[in-house]
Design a protein around this ligand. Structure first.
Ligand SMILES: Cc1cc2nc3c(=O)[nH]c(=O)nc-3n(C[C@H](O)[C@H](O)[C@H](O)COP(=O)(O)OP(=O)(O)OC[C@H]3O[C@@H](n4cnc5c(N)ncnc54)[C@H](O)[C@@H]3O)c2cc1C
Length: 384
């Protein structure tokens, strides 16, 4: 259920999105170009600073509002993936940084003067097994020296700062493998060309994702966030918000697919009548609508728990899984309803279809969510 605040914010987001029609996204997609104008518009409207507390220059709004913003962006055919990290990645600094770090960075992130879009956790060898990462940070006097490689570091070329997870104590010297990992806030403006190299990866969607190489990158010791060795916990605490917000984007995608499909099948006449009159065409759309509505309830449950400061691990995981499956079902129904025209770029269906598929894999794949539910909710033995 939308509140008065979320209804109002959705209206202003929808208005802003009106300036970025399908043709805008088609061009960006074709050229694999970053939607700078769209990101600037969201930044200027203060929407990306909604979660930053007022004392640090943000709007101090709850996650429910951030969820509404991202849902509406996607429901209007746009894509928040170019900048959603600016909304929630700062949570690592907010929750675990020092007051000096909060004061130095958060107000500038709130205005957009500093872009914190890059979140470097995944590595090519470790994959989902995050505690097996091999990027290291070695303390040398008042610096850390970073060596290693990250993959799928999205938006790195469009970011001033990076949240980096690296190993500070080798695995064989810690009791648990989740220990000995640390989080750093890296100033990319100084790092690129001085030990950090970014290489874009061309992907199925326009996602500005990259691989990042660290070759003796030296960063000041005060780049460390929180305590050395506790980084894995810090990363985990941010993941619930991320999953809930990605689920919100999926709900937005599902709304777009269902509306686009319905509009099309009402108008398109084959055999002398609208194709939407056929149950074979109606049912997949109706089913995906029901799936999305159910997933939305789980998103709401998750953000209500989150905003109340309660544990929402299971709900955040479940809502991400259910919403990503609902948006995919809606995408399938929409594409199928469009027949051949679903493949034509100008209808936007094929683009949204490709885009929404990502969320069954990133930021965490469905299998790992099912493993989480099995282990933590059903008390079954850990499978990995
Ligand atoms: C476009 C894009 C953008 C991304 N952006 C970022 C980013 O900004 N920052 C970042 O750090 N990462 C990012 N990622 C990485 C993303 O989070 C990972 O791709 C995702 O978590 C899956 O990890 P993996 O690719 O290493 O797959 P793997 O871990 O290799 O897994 C491959 C497959 O095997 C399955 N699998 C693995 N282990 C098990 C198991 N024990 N049981 C059952 N199934 C299993 C998985 O479910 C998956 O389907 C991005 C990825 C993509 C594609």
């Amino acid at each position: 259920m939308d509140t008065e605040v979320t209804t109002q914010i959705k209206q202003s987001v929808a208005q802003l999105c009106g300036d970025f029609p399908g043709t805008y996204w088609q061009e960006k997609d074709r050229e694999r170009a970053y939607p700078t104008e769209f990101v600037n518009a969201l930044t200027e409207a203060g929407l990306l600073a909604s979660l930053i507390p007022e004392e640090y220059g943000g709007a101090g709004l709850p996650l429910s509002v951030a969820s509404a913003i991202l849902e509406e962006i996607h429901a209007n055919g746009c894509n928040g993936a170019a900048c959603h990290a600016q909304m929630y990645t700062m949570g690592t600094i907010l929750r675990h940084g020092s007051e000096a770090q909060r004061k130095e960075y958060l107000p500038k992130i709130a205005t957009g003067e500093l872009r914190l879009q890059a979140f470097a956790v995944t590595e090519p060898t470790a994959g989902t097994d995050t505690t097996s990462i091999s990027t290291t940070a070695v303390r040398e006097r008042d610096e850390y020296v970073i060596n290693g490689q990250k993959v799928w570091t999205s938006r790195a070329e469009h970011s001033d700062l990076m949240i980096l997870l690296a190993r500070t104590t080798s695995k064989d010297k810690v009791k648990k493998k989740s220990e000995g990992l640390s989080v750093f806030l890296v100033d990319m403006r100084k790092a690129v060309g001085n030990g950090m190299t970014i290489r874009p990866i061309r992907t199925m969607i326009n996602h500005a994702t990259t691989e990042v190489f660290f070759d003796n990158l030296r960063i000041p010791a005060d780049s460390l966030i929180g305590e050395e060795g506790k980084g894995f916990k810090y990363i985990l605490t941010g993941m619930n918000a991320e999953r809930i917000l990605i689920a919100s984007e999926c709900i937005g995608d599902a709304r777009w697919f269902v509306e686009t499909a319905c509009n099309y099948v009402r108008d398109r006449k084959v055999f002398g009548r609208p194709i939407g009159q056929n149950q074979g065409v109606q049912f997949p759309i109706a089913r995906s609508y029901a799936q999305a509505e159910a997933a939305k309830l789980m998103v709401e449950k998750a953000f209500n728990l989150y905003d109340a400061g309660e544990n929402c691990g299971a709900e955040a995981n479940m809502c991400k899984m259910l919403a990503s499956e609902a948006s995919w079902a809606a995408g399938e129904a929409c594409l199928q309803s469009h027949g051949g025209f679903g493949f034509a770029e100008e209808y936007d269906v094929e683009r949204k279809y490709r885009e929404t598929r990502l969320y069954q894999i990133a930021p965490i794949s469905t299998n790992l969510i099912l493993s989480y539910i099995a282990e933590h909710e059903l008390d079954l033995p850990r499978s990995y």
